[in-house]
Design a protein around this ligand. Structure first.
Ligand SMILES: [Zn+2]
Length: 545
């Protein structure tokens, strides 16, 4: 048993490391000129991020605009700059903004539909952080987007003879100030969106980590079908569902009701976002490569396959459920299939529970007792961590907010210590349940699964997506059923690995997206998940301690 425990711990550690570590992200390819190359993107970012180029910097912004114009001209995209006198004048001063637009046609003809690639050319204007004025250099936000698009064009042109469709490029101005550039383009020069059948927007709300497909247009069934061509997919219908309820502000917001599309962004390290730390020193080669590797096949499929020749092809009347697991790829399910699977899980759970009750391996009163004690523990620790989070926001001179509370200096030590303590005591409570109160493994598992089912139903009702809990539920119920069989320990171990592989990067992503103020939420989520993972682990090791 001690041996199995040791093996279990080692496997958990390895799974955690490989899921969190960025080794599943691609690295630069410098040898094969036919492949996306980060080094080319970095060369562009070096020029773009030389100096702040926000709405407060007309000259510097002009230089970036001219550079992009020249680069597009080099690519044969016949660039045009559309200038506007901004109506939403910045700080009551009228400013001129200018979007750069270009088109690439298939060899020898005009296309009947286009993929439009969008990134914004301005950097963030003065941002007050802890009383200090900060100016971003826009290396990531949105140097990543601009550079990646230019590189995508380079590699796409290598097979231009095979294109059936064309590319439109739109580098928008003044995105940071009220999405001014895209709004002007869409109001006054709508013709540039003619025959656009797919939009890909590139953003950067941070500097590192995977480039996530965090948002799609509504009714995304066919868009996701196209996305499945992607290598190294990182996408969750969960984030798209959440984004559809929250107000959000990227260029894509203006277009997502009218065009099929995808919105990509890195989300790690909000502390650098919109500050002077968004500079060339802090960019991540692996993130850049991930934007490229992920989108190049989508662009290629769209350009080459004749079925996209109608701009309406990607329109659909339904959404799909999807999530990606590092190393395993993306799983896409229709709403009906997803719903049926959930019902199936519920039915199996009920049947097995009845069976366990008959066998006297489960007493309902014990399930209630475990559920009561654990829920209380989760509520108490989350309230405590809410105050911890408030305390540290205060010592950092920041106003507490639940979402997007960035720039807390002690963030990671406090996070690790808080969650660590919280989980260790929860584990101690588990051993207590199992040893002194004589609860059984099926009882403990059943309580955890019931809570996950409840959470799943609530999030489905509130956000329209419950995939956050799906993998845990599936593996939890599998492990619950397997307790009937001789080889249960191996099924439990497999379930544990898959669950961790899915959950660890997703919870990390949620944390960095929501930031330090969300500490109580992340704590509650982690505890809800380990609730079924503790007995699953015991099913493998055969011990409760
Ligand atoms: Zn941006």
């Amino acid at each position: 048993m001690l041996f199995r425990k040791l093996v279990g711990v080692i496997i958990i550690l390895i799974t955690s490391i490989v899921s969190l570590n960025r080794i599943f992200l691609p690295v630069d390819n410098q040898e094969d000129k036919n492949l996306f190359s980060t080094s080319n993107v970095i060369q562009d970012i070096q020029v773009i991020s030389k100096e702040p180029h926000s709405v407060e910097h007309p000259q510097e912004r002009s230089r970036v605009r001219e550079y992009l114009y020249v680069r597009l001209a080099e690519c044969g995209a016949d660039p045009v700059v559309f200038y506007y006198d901004s109506v939403e004048s910045y700080k009551k001063k009228r400013i001129t903004i200018g979007n750069v637009y270009g088109v690439l046609e298939p060899a020898g003809k005009k296309a009947s539909s286009y993929v439009m690639l969008i990134a914004h050319l301005d950097s963030r204007f003065t941002n007050l952080v802890k009383g200090k004025e900060q100016l971003s250099l826009g290396a990531a936000d949105d140097g990543y987007g601009l550079g990646v698009i230019l590189e995508l064009i380079r590699i796409s042109r290598l097979y231009q003879k095979q294109w059936s469709q064309g590319i439109k490029i739109l580098f928008t101005d003044s995105e940071e100030y009220g999405l001014d550039g895209i709004k002007h383009a869409y109001s006054f020069d709508k013709h540039i969106f003619d025959k656009v059948g797919l939009i890909i927007n590139f953003e950067a709300r941070g500097v590192k980590g995977p480039a996530v497909l965090f948002e799609t247009s509504v009714n995304n069934k066919k868009v996701i079908e196209l996305y499945k061509h992607s290598k190294k997919p990182t996408a969750f219908s969960l984030t798209s569902a959440v984004y559809s309820i929250l107000p959000n502000y990227t260029d894509f917001s203006v277009l997502k009701e009218d065009f099929p599309g995808m919105n990509f962004s890195v989300v790690d390290n909000l502390n650098y976002y919109h500050t002077a730390k968004d500079n060339i020193e802090n960019i991540s080669g692996r993130s850049i490569q991930h934007y490229g590797v992920q989108t190049q096949e989508i662009v290629k499929e769209y350009l080459v396959n004749k079925k996209y020749s109608s701009p309406d092809y990607l329109l659909s009347d339904s959404n799909v459920v999807y999530f990606s697991i590092p190393y395993l790829g993306i799983i896409v399910l229709s709403n009906l299939l997803y719903f049926s699977l959930n019902i199936f899980i519920l039915v199996i759970f009920l049947i097995i529970t009845l069976f366990y009750v008959k066998q006297s391996r489960i007493r309902l009163v014990n399930i209630l007792k475990i559920t009561g004690v654990n829920t209380l523990y989760i509520i108490v620790t989350s309230i405590a961590l809410y105050f911890v989070s408030r305390f540290f926001s205060q010592t950092n001179g920041l106003e507490y907010k639940l979402i997007s509370l960035a720039y807390v200096d002690e963030e990671y030590p406090v996070l690790i210590l808080s969650l660590g303590t919280s989980v260790v005591f929860f584990r101690w409570l588990y051993a207590k349940h199992m040893n002194s109160s004589k609860a059984t493994l099926p009882e403990y598992m059943a309580s955890g699964i019931l809570v996950l089912m409840l959470l799943s139903a609530i999030t489905l009702f509130l956000a329209g997506d419950s995939t956050l809990f799906f993998v845990s539920l599936l593996c939890g119920v599998l492990s619950y059923v397997s307790l009937l069989f001789k080889y249960s320990k191996f099924i439990s171990l497999l379930g544990l690995i898959v669950t961790l592989l899915y959950l660890i990067p997703l919870l990390y992503l949620l944390y960095v997206a929501l930031a330090f103020g969300s500490l109580p939420i992340i704590n509650a989520l982690v505890l809800f998940f380990v609730w079924t993972l503790f007995p699953t682990f015991s099913a493998f090791t055969g011990t409760y301690d």
